[in-house]
Ligand binder design. Structure first.
Ligand code: GLN
Length: 266
């Protein structure tokens, strides 16, 4: 049993390096560690600003428990906004919907949508083979392997026209110059390829959004995550790409977070 003095000391060490959620992090470390020596080692990693998700090796997302490594972006609770909103836009949730998630990473968005849409099937695409290995493991871990498949790919390249009902993505959208100003957990430990959206953060949307329009079936829906200041720009791109009903949704912190669009049903 870890004594109170030790616990207080660990919290103090975490707080001293600017970790505000020190008590929360320590609670999870103590639950995961087999003994004090292991807890001590984990606290030291956290003091060195490794993300808690890398130290624990997992992260809850929506109703799922996901394995997380430095090969994938740690799923953020902000991203749950997409999982919350998209199913509300679907008239028949039991339909045989075909979903694709571009830049699937840990598989978080795809697997959470599959958990909400019981007859849907999903394809997760990523440029990183090591990310895909994690996504496959997460599908198995959450009992969704029979409805999820994963393959390597460069965004929607090679996906047939009008072949999907739902197309989603949380692409890299941080402006390149901003990455070095982010907290060390993100800057030093998360995959840059999952963060770097080019000079103004919008590079991927320019190519991806017209591609999402191409691969969606008439009546199909797209939903992409965006940065807090990218709502107008990404809505404009969606309209240019011919999407209808283009809308912006905010996250729980009331920041613009998700852009939705529908391909006309004709
Ligand atoms: N929301 C993430 C962050 O700020 C960025 C994710 C992304 O670029 N898609 O760390």
């Amino acid at each position: 049993m870890t004594d109170a003095t030790r616990t207080t000391e660990w919290v103090a060490r975490l707080k001293a390096v600017g970790i505000e959620e020190a008590a929360f992090d320590l609670r999870h470390i103590l639950l995961a560690a087999a003994d004090d020596a292991e807890a001590e080692a984990m606290v030291t990693r956290r003091v060195n600003r490794e993300p808690l998700s890398h130290i624990l090796g997992d992260k809850p997302f929506w109703t799922l428990d996901l394995r997380v490594t430095p090969d994938v972006l740690t799923p953020r609770s902000d991203t749950e906004t997409l999982v919350e909103i998209l199913p509300t836009q679907i008239t028949d949730r039991s339909a045989l919907l075909r979903i694709a998630d571009f830049g699937t990473g840990s598989g978080a968005i795809l697997l959470a949508l599959l958990s909400e849409l019981p007859n849907a099937t999903g394809l997760g695409i990523d440029i990183s083979e090591s990310a895909l290995a994690i996504a496959r493991e997460n599908a198995a871990r959450n009992g969704l392997s029979d409805r999820a498949s994963f393959r390597i790919g460069n965004w929607a390249e090679g996906i047939a026209d009008k072949s999907l009902d739902l197309a989603v993505s949380n692409p890299p959208y941080i402006a390149s110059g901003v990455i070095d100003t982010l907290e060390p957990e993100v800057r030093d430990h998360e995959p840059r390829i999952a963060l770097d959206g080019g000079e103004n953060g919008l590079d991927v949307y320019h190519t991806l959004i017209p591609e999402l329009f191409r691969i969606l079936t008439p009546g199909g829906l797209m939903a992409v995550e965006i940065g807090y200041d990218q709502g107008d720009a990404v809505m404009a791109l969606a309209k240019q790409a011919n999407f209808d009903d283009v809308r912006l949704h905010h996250d729980l912190a009331e920041q613009p977070r998700i852009v939705l669009g529908r391909k006309r049903d004709s």
